[in-house]
Design a protein around this ligand. Structure first.
Ligand code: AMP
Length: 401
């Protein structure tokens, strides 16, 4: 079986062709700057390290996807002879609202139901749906499956997902915590459970730290709380997103600075986080280089990130009444020894002790970071959201046969 995984953003289209059973990756790539000048397609065959970059005008997603299909079926450097070899298409859909606790086969009714959530994720969902419609048009008859970022968190109890606002804001406007990065939290917590020998009961904290960052408490395989909320703005401090602030600051700054709604939204989503505090970049590597150079705002930014992360680890350990493992994933979680060490340093009182020597090596793959006498396991586990999407697609297609 070969599944094409599509992750459509407003100006990008990431794709992977893979075998959901073995995880074998046939091709991986990205169309960048769709609808903007200097658009291009990147294509890679991991088995042979073959790489190709095509600089071509990609005015819309349909033309971008046509180029993806043309490239993966190309006689010289393709990985399949024709699209007939592609069995199904799996789509990342950011917001499934309360309707979708599981992945689902896409049809017009499901598309309409997903569209109802567009206003909850205005930057992501319309782009995701455009990807689905384009695939349906270009590859008619192929099964398309939706895999939601929010689905894994639908197991949260009401006491965790409700905001203490007037109840009608929940019933009438669907305002509640939904959580995101669900496929990543699911993949990493499953891996951790597998490493622990699949115990009947487990208490795991997954820290997904990338440009976007969220942390999830996973008890007995189920998400019981997560740091992102109605939108992916709540929770941890991120690359350009502020995470938790007093809600009153929003109106205060907006009024004082005389900003429009859009300007205020941009301030919180695009000008805050690492970028807001450090000032020079939103990138963790730049911040860490700043720290080496003695930049005080870089030092403050990292201190804040670590402090907030540690506070969540403490809160979620308390919420679960204990802790068996802490896992780090995402670009920062997998690569920044300083953030990992900072986040767990001082947590010996809950039984978590990091081996600083192992933590600072650049070993790839799954790495155990806790000391032998640490009661709580600490692991670095590379995430693989595409594999979760491909596996779910395979499962749903088989169930619908
Ligand atoms: P992601 O969104 O998961 O791709 O993660 C992107 C973030 O990972 C950016 O902030 C990068 O600076 C960070 N990152 C990637 N490689 C490293 C590294 N070697 N050290 C520190 N941060 C890194």
């Amino acid at each position: 079986m070969k599944v094409l995984v599509i992750n459509c953003g407003s100006s990008s289209l990431k794709y992977q062709l893979l075998n959901p059973s073995t995880g074998e990756l046939f091709a991986i790539g990205l169309c960048d700057r769709i609808g903007i000048a200097n658009s291009k397609l990147e294509y890679e065959i991991p088995a042979t390290d073959f790489e190709l970059e095509i600089n071509q005008d990609l005015p819309n997603h349909k033309i971008a996807l046509e180029l993806v299909v043309k490239t993966i079926t190309d006689k010289e450097h393709g990985v399949v002879a024709s699209i007939e070899e592609i069995d199904a298409i799996g789509h990342r859909i950011v917001h499934g609202g309360e309707k979708f606790a599981y992945s689902v086969m896409l049809d017009e009714t499901v598309l309409a139901a997903i569209e109802e959530n567009n206003e909850l994720a205005p930057l992501h969902n319309p782009a995701n749906l455009m990807g689905v419609r384009t695939c349906m048009e270009l590859m008619p008859g192929k099964p398309n499956v939706a895999v939601f970022d929010t689905a894994f968190h639908q197991t949260m109890p009401a006491k965790a997902f409700m905001y203490p606002l007037p109840y009608a804001d929940y019933t009438e406007l669907k305002v509640r915590k939904y959580g995101f990065h669900g496929t990543s939290h699911l993949f990493v917590s499953n891996e951790m459970n597998r490493i622990m020998g699949n115990p009947e009961h487990s208490k795991i904290i997954v820290c997904h730290l990338g440009n976007g960052a969220s942390i999830t408490a996973v008890q007995d395989g189920k998400s019981v709380d997560t740091s992102m909320g109605l939108t992916p703005l709540q929770g941890l401090m991120m690359g350009t997103r502020c995470g938790d602030v007093d809600p009153a600051t929003v109106l205060f700054i907006k009024n004082k600075r005389n900003l429009t709604d859009k300007e205020m939204d941009d301030r919180l989503n695009k000008q805050s986080g690492i970028l807001g505090i450090f000032g020079k970049s939103s990138d963790c590597r730049d911040m860490e280089n700043g720290i080496k150079a003695g930049d005080e705002r870089a030092i403050l930014a990292e201190d804040m990130m670590i402090y907030r992360l540690k506070s969540y680890i403490g809160a979620y350990s308390a919420a679960m009444g204990g802790l068996d493992a802490i896992c780090f994933t995402g670009g920062i979680g997998e690569n920044s020894a300083a953030i990992r060490e900072g986040a767990v340093k001082g947590l010996e009182f809950i039984g978590a002790k990091i081996d600083t020597a192992i933590n600072s090596t650049r070993k790839k793959g799954i790495v155990k970071l806790s000391t032998e006498d640490s009661r709580v396991l600490i692991y670095k586990i590379p995430t693989n959201e595409e594999l979760v999407i491909a596996r779910d697609t395979y499962k749903i297609v088989n169930e619908n046969k």
